[in-house]
Design a binder for this molecule. Structure first.
Ligand code: HEM
Length: 453
């Protein structure tokens, strides 16, 4: 950074940073941009030079999220498929649509369902906002899971990103918590029974299961206290927790360096490479200690080389290269969820009725895999020991998996084990979601669908 920003800006930059600098502005636009009011807000100079771009980043709070320069490979879609960024965009959409919904919703068992009905007809854009909120929530769970999978297969959880992976697992848990607490709020049959099935899973926790469930739902069965607790968690506790964790997560991405293979510098970046790294980086300059070079006058040792060895600068300015891509992805994500919101209405069944259990009563889709496993194995094993074990191992994976290699061919055990768990989870979810009907009997979804979202 100090290379990019010398302590004293030159005359041109100083001029651009001062209010009302040059006399005789050429156009109205220039006059505004050189006026005191504009410069009091936008302090950075508008110089299309490397120094100008660096100064723009340093003096803009939002651009501070990004490093001034990023490795060019980060710009490629296949580096991360922008999944972390898409999750961030979805979270922003959820906050804005959620705040709009809050204006018209009271967390009371007597009015919650009625508020949902009013959103359909009595509130401007109410139904659309609800639809976009719901589909964004489902999509966020999916995108976060895909992000986790991408980070795993890329080996991006290894040194020095171990702690960021742990933070990511926290974000994953909060994302599920968000979705689950929000599920109850419409107070219809779907939400009531999905949450009943979901919270019943807690009962299987040995010794403290009942206590935990009571703590979560505030009594014997789901009611007013549950609704209020879930609402408080959904609109206050979880958003704050997610914002704090996300802030640290994104900051760590910047500080740890992006996990892209860069020439000649270890697994991902210069700071990454443990001394015994087995990974094979793609070298930019294939020069080694014992390397010799042909010169016009003979063969000389490297020590007496006169040519200077310079690493190739493979970085580009974040502004505009990265930001343009992020704007496009953000607009694309917004377009997708708005299109989904226009095309598909969020479901609203009859008002919640504790005396009438629907058949089948399914947990929300991301927990339905567990419900499916419970129908095959002992509840303690399928409902608690297995999922808790997998979560625990996943959370501390970077400290368990000590193999420093990042490419697939050198980490077959981890990849095979992770893939097996992933396949089981996906198959159980798909079977539970689409192939189960009344009495948890096997059905074919093309004849009768019981898929509830
Ligand atoms: C609310 C959920 C999450 C959000 C919004 C989020 C956001 C982000 C963003 C914006 C990045 C930058 C690069 C990229 O797009 O991949 C990133 C990278 C990263 N994320 Fe997440 N993330 C979330 C959840 C997770 C989860 C569940 C994990 C894994 C357990 C995880 C682990 C990581 C790691 C290790 C990196 C650095 C990878 C690299 O540099 O290539 N994140 N995340």
């Amino acid at each position: 950074m100090t290379e990019l920003l010398p302590s004293e800006p030159d005359a041109e930059e100083r001029d651009a940073l001062q209010p009302a600098a040059t006399p005789g502005p050429r156009s109205r636009r220039d006059r505004i941009r050189q006026g005191e009011a504009w410069r009091s807000v936008f302090r950075h100079p508008n110089l299309d030079t490397p120094r100008g771009r660096a100064l723009q980043s340093f003096s803009n709070v939002f651009l501070h999220v990004y490093p001034v320069k990023v490795p060019a490979r980060v710009l490629r879609m296949r580096y991360s498929f922008r999944l972390g960024f898409i999750a961030t965009v979805l979270f922003s959409i959820l906050v804005s649509t959620g705040v709009y919904l809050m204006f018209f919703y009271t967390p009371s068992v007597t009015s919650a369902y009625g508020d949902m009905q009013k959103l359909r007809t009595g509130v401007g854009f109410g139904q659309l906002m609800r639809n976009v909120h719901r589909w964004s929530a489902h999509l966020m769970v999916l995108v976060v899971v895909l992000h986790l999978i991408r980070v795993f297969y890329a080996g991006a959880y290894k040194r020095p990103r171990q702690f960021n992976w742990v933070l990511g697992m926290g974000l994953f848990a909060i994302t599920l918590g968000f979705s689950f607490t929000g599920y109850l709020l419409p107070w219809d049959q779907l939400s009531y029974w999905a949450v009943t099935v979901g919270t019943n899973l807690v009962n299987y926790v040995p010794f403290i299961g009942t206590l935990l469930r009571d703590l979560l739902i505030g009594g014997e069965q789901i009611g007013q206290i549950t609704l209020l607790r879930f609402y408080a968690l959904h609109v206050a506790v979880l958003p704050v927790a997610l914002c704090v964790l996300l802030m640290v997560h994104i900051w760590r991405v910047r500080k740890d360096g992006f996990a892209v293979h860069r020439g000649g510098v270890g697994a991902f970046a210069a700071t990454d490479a443990p001394a015994d790294a087995t990974s094979s980086p793609e070298p930019v300059m294939a020069l080694t200690k014992d390397h010799t070079r042909s010169r016009l006058l003979g063969v000389v040792d490297r020590e007496v080389e006169t040519a200077e060895e310079r690493p190739v600068d493979d970085t580009v300015f974040t502004w505009p290269h990265m930001l343009v891509r992020h704007v496009v992805v953000a607009l694309g994500t917004a377009a997708v969820v708005i299109a989904l919101g226009v095309a598909f209405a969020a479901p609203l069944r009859g008002v919640a009725n504790p005396d009438s259990t629907p058949e089948p009563a399914k947990a929300p889709w991301y927990f339905v895999g567990l419900q499916e496993m419970l129908s095959h194995f002992d509840p303690l094993v399928a409902g608690i020991l297995l999922p808790a074990g997998v979560l625990l191992v996943l959370t501390f994976l970077p400290y368990i998996d000590r193999n420093p290699a990042t490419e697939a061919r050198n980490r077959k055990v981890a990849i095979v084990a992770f893939s097996i768990i992933l396949i089981i989870a996906v198959v159980a979810t798909v079977v539970g979601l689409a192939f189960r009907g009344p009495g948890w009997k096997f059905i074919t979804p093309w004849n009768h669908s019981y898929i509830e979202m």
